[in-house]
Write a protein that binds this ligand. Sequence first.
Ligand code: B12
Length: 333
Amino acid sequence: MTDREELMAALAAADERAAVAVALRLLDRGVPAETVLLDLVAEAQAEVGRRWQVNEWSVAREHAATAINERVIAAVGSRVDVPPTKGHVVVSCLDGEWHAVPPRIVAEVLRGRGWRVTFLGASVPTAHLVSYLHEHGPDAVALSCTLSRSLPRADQVVAACRATGTPVLVGGRGFGADGRWAKQLGVDSWAPTAPAAAELLEHPEWRRTAQPAPPRRADPEYAALRTRRAELIGAAVDALYERFPPMRGYDERRLDATLEDVGHIVDFLSASVYVDDVELFGEFMAWTAEVLAARGVPVASTEVAMSAMSRVLEDHPRALRHLDHGRQVVRVA
Ligand code: B12
């Protein structure tokens, strides 16, 4: 068994001691902590999520494994004894972002490279983040965005942090694999990985790229998507009832789950329109189709929902283009 397989077996069995032992054994063999975090723990976490995605693991099982992985990260971190000589970095998730493992790994890597790091954890309300920056005056704030639907929020949070005079660094797969949506928001200080973030921080030039971008124009299509969110969800659910009559008998739990799924579609559509890139919505719909298929839900239901939204948004040409792309993606999925 490889080390990664061994860690996965421990996570599958929710065996915290065994999971921590795999990581500590590697450190004892002289493997650098950064390598353990990035090549072992991060990879295992992606596999945890994949097992949830294909419906092999329930949310409860995923949460148990994720919690253990967080303990593994902490155990590895406790073995790192590098004096904090380089300054103070605050690492934070955006409000509404619960993917806390990726920035936690970034935090530990920066700590191992000699930074004093404060990790604020998941879903930090923007006003509280801003107060924290005012109160503690760190040398930089590193913001993590895993969900692309949070890009409009990322735009606001970056502006709010910069207004405190704190240089901002961003990262996370929510900005797109190549960080293209960070550039689209006018944020040049994007780093693809934790080591790349550490290198950027070492480079005094990056602070210049962390200057405020000119304010973005108000986008009426994005604004309409936000204000008409409830109407869009309602139209989609009505169309689903018509097409799939047994849905009318759904209990409250299944109805809530449907409303949440349809809400995700509206939110990703809004973010896609915000950055004006149909690929954002397309990638999300491809993933949704896969998740629904793994749970025996007809993928055609997403087409029904998107068509209903298109009828509501008939005067919004950009939103319609994004919805057309989403329909094409699920048709071939
Ligand atoms: C585990 C997981 C979850 C767990 C999170 C547990 C936790 N506490 O973290 C749970 C089950 C809760 C979850 C929930 C959801 N998830 Co999820 N999840 C994942 C998964 C499988 C792994 C994420 C992870 O930890 N990866 C390992 C880390 C270490 O790698 P990484 O994210 O690439 O991070 C590295 C770099 O990006 C970078 N980095 C990250 N942050 C930062 C920050 C800075 C400043 C810098 C410099 C660098 C940096 O460094 C990291 C270390 O190398 C991903 C798919 C995947 N394969 O990544 C989906 C994924 C992120 N989830 C997704 C979705 C859609 C959701 C849900 C909306 C699902 C739903 N319908 O409910 C919810 C939303 C919850 C919320 N509000 O936040 C989508 C996001 C799609 C998108 N484009 O936005 C993904 C990509 C799956 C997919 N293929 O589409 N998820």
